[in-house]
Design a protein around this ligand. Sequence first.
Ligand code: SAM
Length: 353
Amino acid sequence: MRFLATCNPGAEEVAAEEIEWEVEKARILEVREGRGRVVFESKGRAWLVMEQLYQLRSVHAVSLLLKEGRISLSRSGLEEAKRLAMESRAHMFIPFGGTFAVRAERIGEGHEYTSIELAAAVGEAVQLAAEEELGWRPMVRLNSPSTIISAEVEDDLLRVGVLVTGERSRHRRRYRVYDHPAALKATLAYTMLRMAQAKDGDTILDPMCGGGTVAIEAALLFENSKVYCIDINKRHVEGARLNVESARVRNRVEVIHWDATKLSEVLEESSIDVAVSNPPYGIRLGDPVDVRILYREFMPELYKVMRSGGRAAIITAEPVFLERAAVKAGFKVMGRKRVRHGDLWTTIFVFVK
Ligand SMILES: C[S@@+](CC[C@H](N)C(=O)[O-])C[C@H]1O[C@@H](n2cnc3c(N)ncnc32)[C@H](O)[C@@H]1O
């Protein structure tokens, strides 16, 4: 079985690593850096693999790959897509009397057709193939169809598959009952924890936790870790408590209403193994100067509470200011990665004390 997993662009390496660890007999075939795509195969037991795909914490969706082939960027690409869609035999995945929808995406530049036109062409081919082979015509239904067929064209490569992880993107975790206005995607929170090499038993801190995404992901991953979740805003602190409760990790997460620029007043010095955080980006905060001041005041405090050798993964849209503040506070840069968060290209730094 060959699969296509989608993830945050820039976070493909972490997704590939998780797939290799978590999915039975998985082998990575292709990592499409910057494109948010990982192609892999598994020779594992189908029922178990499907279950394991649902448990992945770094990916947004997984499709079972049925057919790949090159198509033109010009309008004739639509006819070629139809042929490939018929050959994919995706119609065999629609139960008798069931409905289907095609979710199409274009990646790259220069296509002379829209993703809606691509979806329509593939949908037509699926209906035709079902009529020819099975003698019935499945109906298209855009809301809650029985089967979702994925068709994405990356430059000139068309991939046709069947979505196996459901319509709802996996970054939307069910525990999130309070929606922070600038929430981090849970898949990115997982990615940052991995980049910081967090492990079970570590004491973990998110000093600007908002709705608690990082803290909850950490607590779900590591049953023996103590996790601190701090925010200056009372409403977010209450929201984080609701999310922590809903994720059933209250025994491992302590939510504290406090200011990250005074961390050493509530946390013991050298007590934190791993910090992972998503401070305000500046763009959303309004004035970028505010963020500069925040970084300058917060990084020395973070340095105090981290143990020697401890790692901090921090995501920012202002890499120059963050790096400067971190180095001035005494941290060394251990790594950095460009990742897309929503519409924004950001940098995740990993600092070490
Ligand atoms: C981008 S949001 C974090 C979102 C969070 N990762 C989530 O998924 O919900 C940044 C947070 O930093 C908090 N913040 C800003 N300045 C702070 C400070 N000095 N101390 C603690 N928290 C602060 C804000 O209240 C806001 O909730």
